[in-house]
Design a protein around this ligand. Structure first.
Ligand SMILES: Cc1cc2nc3c(=O)[nH]c(=O)nc-3n(C[C@H](O)[C@H](O)[C@H](O)COP(=O)(O)OP(=O)(O)OC[C@H]3O[C@@H](n4cnc5c(N)ncnc54)[C@H](O)[C@@H]3O)c2cc1C
Length: 472
């Protein structure tokens, strides 16, 4: 059953964000075609912004991922209601689109419908969290004439959907979700209706220290993952490659880095039976404020900001919430939409404690790491018109011994004990927006490592990572 689920989903889950390959039998170590690139300098950025989701107390990570041993059933268990009083939503509870905005929307709709099925007219229902899942759930409950209160820890709505509105940035940086694959049709049309602007990112290109090479594809990984169908147990993506006898070529390591950047997974721990889903090419990017996605469903509902929930006391007659502000509020029912990272941290005490199955589902799933670095330049220093860039192989100066984590790239990416911190995936917003803005995307172990770097070291790392793209 599990094997079938994993393997059947393969072609979709590992669909590359790079041009599609028509070759069903990939070769294992393709020889890159090299076109030399003139080398120049990466100038200092005129504006810089970085995300820090790993330490954000109301996220504690970027997006939920499925490690070895966990299955979509864990997500269903996480989403199961307790005594028809405490309901659960949020991207981590969605078995089909976990870790995405679409998963958040689907989970909010599901949880709201579960409440509507059992609630009587006029009941008081609390929604904990005003991210996309909470906003969608609250809007639906409001439409069903229930008395809805949303309680949010931050001083804003949106959660992991957030735009940095600032005059310094002609295209506003997105700290959370902002890339849409061609399979995100529902979300794209929702954005269209709400006036959230998107642009197409166009082609992808790949470069190493010696110049342009073919864009790495996921074919080798996809084949290795398919082969795990015959194994008695789930193994990690890295172990699947080892099983297949595939050595970590620079192209493969770059593909894994892009997979981590776009999904938050760590190849060393990610399940090969339930592999992550890459956004499908061609990619679109959001270039305006994402706020309407949550503000519209919230409408004029009652939202209390800056009020972290610290306790949920429940029985089969109702629910009482304790807030960090010291207040206690009672409701007929509640929908909990906080991220998996928050549930794993025990920041919210449940009384009675969550049942064993739910606690084991929370423990089985993993909060992935993904961070981004936004750089605005006065002038472009690059000439390529490609919207998605991949950095392959070692770049920058030869690594020198330094304390870990190091801002210099590892000479043997993927080797045990090493963390390759090179920022290998970049979005070039110049062709689509006319603004010389580059966005570096990092995921998995690299994201955890760069989260430890100070701003100066991160900027040095970004410049080194971009060196293959300098040119006349
Ligand atoms: C860097 C990054 C890039 C991403 N890129 C993409 C992408 O390109 N495409 C995509 O589809 N998805 C992407 N995602 C994932 C996407 O952002 C999330 O899956 C989605 O926004 C999750 O919505 P949610 O409502 O489940 O959770 P959240 O948005 O996290 O909402 C939960 C809410 O609960 C609140 N909360 C937490 N603790 C408490 C508490 N104790 N009391 C009260 N409130 C609390 C939080 O403040 C938050 O507002 C990305 C995420 C990150 C971090």
């Amino acid at each position: 059953m599990l094997l079938g689920a994993g393997a059947g989903a393969l072609t979709v889950l590992l669909a590359s964000c790079t041009p599609e390959s028509t070759d069903p039998k990939p070769t294992r170590s393709p020889e890159p075609t090299v076109t030399p690139t003139p080398v120049g300098e990466v100038p200092a950025a005129a504006a810089f912004l970085r995300t820090e989701w790993a330490t954000d107390p109301f996220a504690l990570g970027s997006r939920s991922v499925t490690p070895v041993g966990a299955t979509p059933v864990d997500r269903e268990t996480l989403g199961t209601a307790l005594v028809s009083r405490v309901f659960f939503a949020g991207e981590a509870t969605d078995p089909d689109r976990p870790g995405t905005v679409s998963g958040g929307i689907l989970s909010g709709q599901r949880a709201a419908d579960e409440v509507i099925d059992v609630a009587e007219a006029g009941e008081r229902v609390a929604v904990i969290g005003a991210g996309i899942a909470g906003a969608i759930a609250a809007g639906r409950l409001g439409d069903a004439e229930l008395d809805v209160s949303v309680i949010e820890a931050r001083d804003r709505a949106g959660g992991r959907l957030v735009t940095h509105m600032d005059d310094d940035w002609p295209v506003p940086p997105q700290a959370g979700a902002w890339i849409l694959g061609s399979d995100d049709t529902e979300l794209a049309s929702r954005m269209g209706v709400l006036g959230v602007g998107t642009v197409g990112l166009g082609d992808a290109t790949a470069r190493g220290a010696d110049g342009e090479i073919d864009v790495p594809t996921g074919d080798i990984l996809q084949q290795a993952v398919a082969d795990t169908e015959t194994l008695p147990d789930d193994v990690s993506l890295r172990a699947a490659l080892d099983e297949a006898g595939v050595q970590g070529s620079p192209e493969l390591e770059e593909f894994l880095a892009a997979l981590s950047a776009f999904t938050g997974v760590d190849p060393e721990t990610a399940s090969s039976w339930f592999p992550p889903r890459m956004p499908e090419s061609p990619l679109d990017a959001v270039v305006s404020d994402v706020a309407p996605l949550v503000e519209t469903p919230l409408g004029d509902l009652d939202v209390t900001y800056a009020s972290p929930v610290t306790g949920v006391v429940y029985d089969d007659r109702g629910v009482s919430l304790r807030l960090a502000t010291g207040e206690a509020l009672t409701f007929d029912r509640v929908i909990v939409t906080v991220p998996l990272g928050v549930l794993q941290s025990d920041a919210i005490e449940f009384d009675p404690p969550l049942p064993f199955e739910k606690r084991s589902a929370i423990a089985a799933l993993e909060m992935g790491a993904a961070e981004s670095v936004w750089l605005r330049f006065d002038e472009p220093f690059w000439t390529t018109e490609a919207g998605v860039w991949h950095v392959v192989g070692p770049v920058g100066p030869e690594p020198t011994p330094s304390p870990t984590p190091t801002p210099t790239p590892s000479p043997t990416p993927g080797a045990e004990g090493d963390v390759d911190t090179t920022i290998r995936t970049w979005i070039n917003l110049l062709p689509a927006t006319g603004e010389p803005i580059l966005v570096g995307l990092v995921g998995g172990p690299a994201a955890r490592a760069i989260a430890e770097l100070g701003d100066d070291d991160l900027l040095t790392l970004a410049s080194e990572s971009l060196s293959p793209f300098t040119g006349a």
